[in-house]
Design a protein around this ligand. Structure first.
Ligand SMILES: [Zn+2]
Length: 492
């Protein structure tokens, strides 16, 4: 151990880990290395084991017994190894701890390296900001040609020239040769590169064992749905997803009332008992001003998923009810309005949404940009043609979003610009107008019809799924495994 440990790179030894700490870390690394080497591979097989598939107790356990007692506390692996990081962590912060300082560690070999017991050494790094695969591997004494071979074989799975700060990289060496390299580029997926003989390397991906769970959150709106949702313990993304689902029916900028209630059921993804991200919203319910809106997620026979009301009508329509979230209407559509700057009565053929300068504005529907630029009183203005019937316009932007120019295609919900006060305007707001069949109409009066409904022959299947989801939605709120640390639920 001494040789190799001393060979670890000085710059990685931030804070100069004292000997005892080093040994403990080393033990953790050793243990996880053994797990990695003997429990996991062929790692490619992990994929076939399916979700939540954990280790098998076979040879892994047998080999592990070779580790001298007391070297590796399983807890140490949990804390320092995979699963130690949650998505909520700032990149590279907590995770970089001292693991990177551990450098290389010799794998203990029971009764002095008998025949067939490999002389393996493992190093684990948390990538830092200026690290590259080249700097790390060459720091380990790997030759440039070898590094090139490794990155080339990896490219099909992941481009190692793009390793990200905060991610974890493991290198296993036998003597001076790299035997294996692992890079977990995602909480749920990683790359491995393995020596395959004749100087070749083979790459593949592995899936991190995880469990899909469910969570139900409900609450009462005091100020905004967003705040109420987060306060009740929902993942912020789940709350945003809910506003997306109901965007056609409820204008979250203007319609929410104190006392409105919501309920939401969504999937969670957990690794080693920790929720690392939310999955899909499966069902949601909103009672707004006494009116109940319900959505269930349903995948039809062709595998197309979408949100439907309880009657099986699709909730997605042609235009969003509002191109802004969390703002308020400061001026309504009117044929005759006293203009605050021009000081005379003029029609106001749109809706003004007051919002802080810089608030992102979304395209109300899929479409094509037919104007993007300066237009007199409108200031920076964007106009989108959605189809043969609808066109929408957005005025007074402080700035038009990059890529939004004449002829460009935009998607519904795509940010097209930012609230400002350009043109004739008294303060930051969005002027939003809708042209329906060539005529400016009141955006608030648009009641578009659902795109499609569940087909007759799928009706029974839909209803079974709906009832199942609604029963779960209305079951007792579930508490899913708590998350350690103060970061709350991991949401990225
Ligand atoms: Zn206006």
């Amino acid at each position: 151990m001494r040789d190799f440990a001393n060979k670890s790179f000085p710059k990685r030894r931030s804070g100069g880990a004292p000997g005892s700490v080093f040994v403990l870390l080393a033990a953790a690394v050793v243990l996880s290395a053994l797990l990695l080497l003997f429990e996991g591979p062929p790692v490619g097989a992990l994929k076939d084991r399916g979700e939540g598939g954990r280790s098998r107790p076979g040879d892994g356990a047998a080999r592990l017994s070779a580790v001298p007692a007391g070297t590796g506390e399983p807890a140490a692996d949990g804390a320092a190894g995979r699963g130690g990081r949650t998505a909520g962590d700032p990149p590279g912060a907590a995770a970089s701890q001292d693991l990177a300082a551990a450098g290389f560690v010799a794998v203990p070999q029971g009764p002095h390296g008998g025949p067939g017991v490999p002389d393996l050494k493992v190093a684990t790094f948390i990538i830092k900001r200026n690290d590259s695969i080249y700097s790390i591997l060459s720091g380990l004494g790997v030759e440039a040609a070898e590094i090139a071979k490794i990155t080339r074989s990896a490219r099909r799975i992941y481009d190692l020239r793009r390793i990200k700060a905060g991610d974890e990289l493991r290198v296993v060496k036998r003597g001076e040769r790299v035997e294996r390299l692992e890079y977990r580029y995602d909480e749920l997926e990683g790359l491995y590169v393995e020596r395959a003989g004749q100087g070749r390397f083979e790459a593949g991906s592995y899936e991190v064992p995880h469990e899909i769970g469910h969570k139900v959150v409900s609450g009462v709106v005091e100020t905004s749905l967003y705040e109420a949702g987060v306060e009740a313990g929902a993942a912020p993304k789940a709350v945003v997803a809910m506003t997306d689902i109901f965007a056609w029916d409820v204008d979250f900028a203007t319609d929410m009332r104190r006392g409105d209630t919501f309920r939401i059921l969504y999937e969670t993804v957990a690794v080693e008992g920790e929720i690392i991200r939310m999955g899909r919203v499966l069902a949601a319910e909103l009672v707004n001003a006494g009116r109940r809106y319900t959505a269930v997620y349903y995948e039809d026979g062709k595998g197309r998923g979408g949100y439907y009301d309880t009657e099986g009508r699709s909730l997605s329509r042609t235009l969003l009810k509002s191109p802004l979230r969390y703002s308020r209407i400061s001026s309504y559509f009117s044929r005759k309005r006293f203009h605050p700057i021009l000081k005379k009565y003029r029609p106001h053929h749109g809706i003004d949404y007051a919002a802080p300068a810089g608030t992102p504005v979304e395209a109300a529907g899929d479409g094509k940009v037919v104007f993007a630029g300066w237009r007199k009183g409108y200031g920076y203005f964007v106009k989108i043609r959605h189809n043969g019937i609808y066109t929408t316009g957005y005025g007074h932007f402080s700035r038009i979003a990059r890529g939004v120019k004449r002829g460009a295609r935009v998607r519904q919900g795509q940010v097209i610009g930012y609230v400002g006060s350009t043109g004739i305007s008294t303060g930051p707001h969005l002027h939003y107008e809708v042209v329906y069949r060539g005529r400016l109409v009141n955006p608030l009066s648009i009641r578009s019809t659902p795109k499609r409904s569940v087909s007759k022959d799928e009706r029974a299947r839909f209803e079974a799924r709906r009832d199942e989801l609604l029963a779960r939605l209305h079951g007792a709120p579930t508490v899913v495994a708590s998350v350690k640390g103060g970061g709350g639920e991991g949401v990225n």
